[in-house]
Ligand binder design. Structure first.
Ligand SMILES: [Fe+2]
Length: 150
């Protein structure tokens, strides 16, 4: 089965999220390594939990693309240009790291919501379910990070 035009648009949706998670994988490592202050131990561990999730979610999305006969973006330069989230700037305070993570997750929640609609429109309930699951997890992280940052 070769990909149809409809399948290609779902692949594009998925690839943007592969790129986002790839950029976040490094960005969350940056936060994990460089966080400072009274919340070091809490945030160091939290960012590790989140980059571990980033790695497995990126793989899940990429392998869904392969199952749809598409090509997951696998070069860093391609992922950087595809991603809607931006790399870490460097020099962030602990609070800025938490707020940047919340903002990135909120961006992705909005994109995932649109992705679910696109997948449902194409009758691809497997992709819709996958994107919904990722969104649910991000919504929980946003709640927790907002509770943490007050
Ligand atoms: Fe570590």
């Amino acid at each position: 089965m070769s990909p149809t035009t409809a399948t290609m648009s779902i692949v594009d949706v998925l690839n943007k999220q592969v790129a986002n998670w790839s950029v976040l994988y490094m960005k969350l490592h940056h936060f994990h390594w460089y966080v400072k202050g009274a919340d070091f131990f809490t945030l160091h561990a939290k960012f590790e939990e989140l980059y571990t999730e980033a790695g497995s979610t990126m793989d899940l999305l990429a392998e869904r693309i392969l199952a749809l006969k598409g090509k997951p973006a696998s070069m860093l330069k391609d992922q950087l240009s595809l991603a809607s989230v931006k790399e870490a700037k460097g020099g962030e305070s602990a609070d800025q790291m938490v707020k940047a993570t919340i903002a990135d997750f909120e961006t992705m929640i909005g994109e995932l919501e649109k992705g679910v609609e696109a997948a449902e429109k194409e009758g691809d309930s497997s992709t819709a379910d996958m994107l919904t699951g990722i969104r649910t997890s991000l919504e929980k992280h946003v709640w927790m990070l907002q509770a943490f940052s007050g």
